[in-house]
Design a protein around this ligand. Structure first.
Ligand SMILES: [Zn+2]
Length: 374
């Protein structure tokens, strides 16, 4: 064999092997298509997730309505590991065992917002599009025409018309380009659509009409979003679901620390119950990933109610994920840095797709895939 031919064969073999490696990681459609639930918790801090309730804030009368003794009993313990589990029992007893949690800055594990504004609409846009568009600089920004990972997945044959979003906030509809989208994007105070609704869907629709407008006309409460999403998932089996929660941010802005804690305690329970329901359903069992993120952080100490470009620490965040193919590493204790523009490409990769958008997107978080080896 001529030397030139040998090189050619060696090159072809290498290329074939390389293609196999690449394809086996992301590009080949997974035989049994996976499902994914993306959950966003607006403005929840890494501090409470990893440290539990903050004693200084619990005892500060400025941030509590007077019955803090009860909350102290409910959420406080001198031992950090016990304390954070009291606040988020499902997260620390289940996700920490079966998934991965990022953002404990006390251990040098960093997750950050990349956009400079550190507020809700730009935060959601970064999470969903996988890049920062600096022109998206306010919560009143109009319709966002940028590509997002949900629209991208809805464009795939296996996922077409199987992607649904349920949001606490009207602006999330603008962020997802609801006006020009064929996906189901349910915002306040829309009902779950359809003629043949289940009893649970009908009840969820009814309840939201009776619920108080606690945060005004533009935002509904997390329990309503939960009821609408959960009943729809059970009845219609969407493959990709985006659930957009917001009470923690609203209570924080109002300086109500007790309510902020109560809501995250409830959200932790809702996420647990949703996971349980889906694991009892053959359609989702063993084939569904949960990916949970905030949209920005918030200040520390007396500044905890606020966030934004001028508030220190409000670019500090966290995320967690659990599902098939995600190694169960629990709380990540190594010094790594993740930015929230990396979620979109990672979410697509977990479903077997390579997400690309007109602008460069954040890289896949390799430690969430089986491809990664320590
Ligand atoms: Zn927010």
């Amino acid at each position: 064999m001529k030397f030139k031919n040998r090189i050619r064969i060696a090159t072809l073999t290498f290329m074939a092997f390389f293609s196999f490696l690449v394809c086996s990681s992301y590009s080949v459609p997974i035989k049994e298509p996976r499902n994914l639930v993306l959950i966003l918790i607006d403005g929840y801090r890494w501090r409470e997730l990893f440290r539990g309730a903050d004693q200084g804030l619990l005892l500060n009368v400025k941030f509590n309505s007077g019955d803090s003794a009860e909350r102290f009993k409910k959420y406080w313990d001198d031992e950090l590991l016990v304390r954070r589990k009291k606040l988020m029992p499902f997260t620390w007893s289940f996700i920490a065992k079966h998934g991965q949690l990022y953002g404990n800055r006390d251990l040098g594990n960093f997750v950050n917002v990349k956009n400079p504004y550190r507020i809700s609409y730009p935060g959601r846009a970064e999470v969903l599009s996988g890049f920062v568009d600096s022109s998206i600089n306010s919560n009143s920004y109009p319709n966002n025409s940028n590509m997002n990972v949900l629209e991208f997945l809805n464009g795939k044959k296996l996922y077409q018309n199987r992607v649904a979003s349920f949001a606490c906030w009207g602006a999330t509809g603008r962020c997802l380009n609801k006006m020009n989208s064929k996906m189901l994007i349910n915002v306040p105070w829309e009902n779950v659509p359809g003629d043949n609704l289940t009893e649970a869907e009908t009840l969820a629709n009814e309840i939201q009409q009776y619920a108080p407008r606690t945060f005004g006309e533009g935002e509904r409460l997390d329990f309503e979003v939960y009821a609408l999403a959960k009943s729809y998932i059970k009845a219609k089996h969407p493959k990709v679901i985006y659930i957009d929660f917001g009470d923690p941010d609203e209570y924080a802005h109002e300086g109500k620390y007790e309510n902020y804690l109560d809501d995250i305690h409830n959200l932790d329970d809702m996420i647990g119950k949703l996971w349980k329901m889906m694991q009892e359903d053959e359609f989702y069992k063993g084939k569904t990933t949960f990916f949970i993120v905030p949209d920005h952080g918030r200040g520390a100490g007396d500044q905890w109610p606020d966030h934004g470009a001028g508030v220190d620490h409000s670019n500090e965040t966290w995320f967690m994920a659990m599902g098939p193919g995600i190694p169960a590493k629990g709380e990540i204790k190594t010094k790594t840095q993740v930015f929230q523009d990396q979620y979109a490409k990672t979410i697509a990769a977990l479903l077997g797709f390579d997400y690309i958008a007109p602008k460069p997107v954040g890289e896949i978080i390799e430690s969430l895939t089986n491809k990664h080896r320590d």
